[in-house]
Design a protein around this ligand. Structure first.
Ligand SMILES: Cc1ncc(COP(=O)(O)O)c(C=O)c1O
Length: 365
């Protein structure tokens, strides 16, 4: 049994081979088609494919105009990539508290951290459970700052009937190896506004307006880069892998929700376990299944002895030296950091595996 699972469909293998045979392996038709299908099948708005989730965050910050001295508010309950993407722009990550009930950023804490230097808010949908996006977008509108959702865990999640990827000015997705939908490495930046979409497409590829810059008389493309552009695009090999996996995505998501449903029913009265809060107005994508557990170390040891890879996926990131040390006054974060444990919830688990997990947990630790 493994904590994560990498799904590669037969169709993916076929499409990747087609790209290899064609020798057109950089960004091209597959990447365009993948963007189209992500939009049509998953309800994402204007997904711009890139080579990682980190690149999607980095690109969003660039398009939002975040630069030296600006502040970006985010939770510490995330992977280090979220905070590093801000430092890459010489901006300052400002860590807000999380809700102990969900592991997600607390809108009240965001309010208390807003200053004249705040340029963006970066909520992270912990384990795939959507943050309080109405409240967060309301704060952003009030203060005229951008919202960049870090939805690395949340492909397929919904909030009030809408897909994550259709809610805020920017949403960054990850298609890294162990995510719900993989392209090997890869990501996408969803942009609600046409101008952001235009800028994101230009700046992911050297600030060249690829859609409109035609090859000139000597054969080279004529262009005028007006901003600093980067090389962040997704190539066709990755896109083929993702495109081939898209057919299976609805089943993947269904299975994850089914397994999570079993856990929730079976664990809700187990002494020593508190489940996270799940509200009716949003659907979790369940990248992992996080709960809060008393005597966490004993719990993890007991499960691992039974071959179950219980784990702590990401501890708070603000204590990394690169961020200048731990942020004081985040009580929700402190407590969550001490109690959180995650279980596998992926579609590589058999029914027997799930029974083993449930029975082992119920025997106590
Ligand atoms: C919350 C979060 N944000 C961003 C990333 C970065 O994504 P990637 O590995 O695709 O760059 C990850 C990666 O797992 C993540 O967990």
């Amino acid at each position: 049994m493994q904590i994560f699972h990498t799904h590669i469909s037969e169709k993916s293998k076929k499409l990747v081979n087609e790209v290899l045979d064609s020798t057109f392996i950089s960004a091209g038709k597959m990447a365009d088609e993948f963007e189209l299908q992500l939009e049509e099948r998953l309800g994402l708005i204007n997904p711009v494919t890139v080579n990682s989730g980190t690149s999607a965050l980095y690109l969003a910050l660039a398009v939002a105009g975040v630069s030296t001295g600006d502040e970006v508010i985010l939770p510490a309950q995330t992977f280090i990539a979220s905070g590093l993407s801000i430092l890459m722009h010489n901006a300052k990550p400002v860590f807000a508290d999380i809700q102990y009930a969900t592991g997600n950023i607390d809108p009240d804490s965001i309010r208390s951290k807003i200053t004249a230097k705040t340029k963006a808010i970066m909520p992270v949908h912990w384990a795939g459970y959507p943050c309080d996006m109405d409240e967060i977008n309301a704060i952003a509108n009030e203060h005229n700052v951008a919202v960049i959702e870090d939805a690395a865990h949340a492909l397929g999640a919904t909030y009030k009937g809408k897909s994550v990827g259709a809610l805020s000015r920017f949403t960054a997705l990850s298609f890294q190896a162990v995510k719900h939908l993989t392209t090997g490495d890869g990501g996408a930046l969803c942009c609600l506004n046409a101008e952001d979409l235009y800028q994101a497409k230009r700046r992911r590829w050297f600030d060249i307006d690829r859609d409109n810059a035609q090859p000139g008389i000597l054969g080279d493309r004529e262009y005028d880069a007006v901003s600093v552009g980067y090389k962040l695009h997704m190539n066709d090999l990755s896109a083929a892998l993702g495109l081939g996996n898209l057919d299976d995505f609805p089943d993947t998501l269904k299975r994850r929700r089914e397994i999570a449903g079993h856990y929730i029913r079976e664990f809700k009265n187990v002494p020593g376990i508190s489940l996270l809060e799940y509200r009716d107005d949003r659907e979790c994508a369940y990248w992992i299944f996080t709960m809060k557990v008393e005597k966490r170390l004993e719990f993890i040891k007991k499960l691992r002895a039974g071959g179950i890879p219980a784990s702590i996926i990401h501890l708070r990131i603000d204590d990394n030296s690169v961020f200048g040390g731990i942020t004081p006054g985040l009580p929700g974060q402190e407590k969550f950091n001490e109690d959180q444990v995650s279980l596998p919830v992926h579609n590589g688990l058999s029914d027997d595996d799930i029974e083993t997990i449930i029975n082992t947990v119920k025997l106590g630790w």
